[in-house]
Design a protein. Structure first.
Length: 159
């Protein structure tokens, strides 16, 4: 097990800071690349993320479930959903279980666009992961999933 400790820059145990910077740098580079792919479809990376999340979910989602799945600020997510609805890619409907609530799902056009962009983005992800030795990509994903669960449990009290 790797134990990361707060250390000085010159210490050989500076792995903790390196880990933080690596995660941040990977996220930044992926965001830029995915933003460029999404802009070709006249949408933002965040808008695609909403479509992708809805496309992977069976049935409609509440705004709070969507926000939780994506880790977005409620106000920012509302603006993204408004823009996607204006473009005709999603529908807002009254919840069948809570008359005060609203649910969000993909329109047929949104589902078609999500499939197309998901395919493009998965091709890009596969090309980025291709140089890793056999099994290492799966181990990376598995490790990140466990790390995310640990963070959620530690910071939010949920797994």
């Amino acid at each position: 097990m790797v134990t990361l400790s707060p250390t000085s820059e010159s210490s050989p145990d500076a792995a903790g800071l390196e880990f933080i910077f690596l995660i941040r740098h990977c996220a930044s580079l992926m965001s830029r690349a995915l933003e460029a792919q999404c802009s070709a479809a006249t949408m933002s990376y965040t808008q695609w993320a909403v479509l992708a999340c809805l496309s992977q979910h069976v049935g409609a989602m509440s705004p709070s479930d969507l926000r939780e799945a994506l880790g977005h600020d409620p106000g920012a997510l509302t603006r993204v959903v408004d823009a996607l609805q204006k473009k005709g890619f999603i529908n807002r409907k009254r919840s069948r279980t809570d008359r005060r609530g609203v649910v969000i799902d993909l329109s047929p056009e949104g589902a078609k666009l999500a499939r197309s962009l998901n395919d493009q983005i998965m091709r890009a992800m596969n090309s980025w992961l291709a140089p890793l030795p056999h099994g290492e990509a799966d181990a990376l994903v598995s490790g990140l999933q466990r790390f995310l669960s640990t963070l959620r449990l530690s910071l939010c009290g949920e797994a």
